[in-house]
Design a protein around this ligand. Structure first.
Ligand code: NI
Length: 170
C-alpha cells in the first residue's frame, strides 16, 4: 500500500475526464487500496476520486462517517463506474477538496440522489443517498468529469472562502 501524490489546482490534469473501468480485478483493488490510504492520510477528507491521484478511471471512495456532526450515511463506499440515475431537490452547502487545499466554497447540489455503480467485487450496487453524503458523492463524481467545486461556484466573490487551516474532521 502507498500514499499517492494528490494533484492540486491549477494542475491541468484535474480537467481531464476519466474512462470507465473495464475489469474489476486484483490490480484494480490494489490501486483502490492505495487510493483509500491516500484519502485516510489526508486532513479530514470525506472522499477521493481516482483522477485526483492522476489515474483517469471512474472510481470514487466516499466515507461520511468522518464528518464532525453525524450525518445519514452508508459507511465507506467504493464506487466503480458510478452513475446518478435520479436527482431530487437542491441545497447550498460548503465544500472543500484535497485538490483545492486553501479554499472552501458554497455549491448548489441535489439534496438526494439515486445511483448505481459496481462494488469492489464488480457486482452492481444501487443506493439512495441524501444530505451531506449525496453532496460528497456528487462532488467526487464531478472529478471524474474534470470538474472541481470551483467550477460550480455561483460567484467567486461571494462563494469562495480562504481556509486558515485545513481542519481535521476529528
Ligand atoms: Ni474534491
Amino acid at each position: 500500500m502507498a500514499v499517492l501524490e494528490i494533484l492540486t489546482y491549477p494542475d491541468e490534469r484535474l480537467k481531464q475526464a476519466s474512462q470507465p473501468v473495464g475489469t474489476v480485478d486484483e490490480v484494480l483493488r490494489a490501486f483502490i487500496a492505495d487510493l483509500e490510504e491516500t484519502m485516510d492520510a489526508g486532513p479530514g477528507g470525506v472522499g477521493i476520486a481516482a483522477p485526483q491521484v492522476g489515474c483517469f478511471e471512474r472510481i470514487v471512495i466516499v466515507d461520511c462517517t468522518r464528518t464532525r456532526k453525524p450525518v445519514p450515511n452508508h459507511g465507506r463506499l467504493y464506487l466503480i463506474n458510478p452513475e446518478i440515475t435520479k436527482w431530487d431537490g437542491m441545497a447550498v452547502g460548503r465544500e472543500g477538496c484535497m485538490s483545492v487545499p486553501d479554499y472552501t466554497g458554497n455549491v448548489i447540489r441535489a439534496e438526494a440522489v439515486s445511483l448505481k455503480a459496481l462494488d469492489l467485487q464488480g457486482q452492481p450496487l444501487e443506493l439512495r443517498c441524501e444530505g451531506f453524503e449525496a453532496r460528497a458523492i456528487q462532488h467526487e463524481m464531478d472529478h471524474l468529469d474534470g470538474l472541481l467545486f470551483l467550477d460550480r461556484l455561483v460567484s467567486r466573490r461571494n462563494d469562495l472562502f480562504k481556509r486558515k487551516v485545513y481542519q481535521q474532521s476529528k
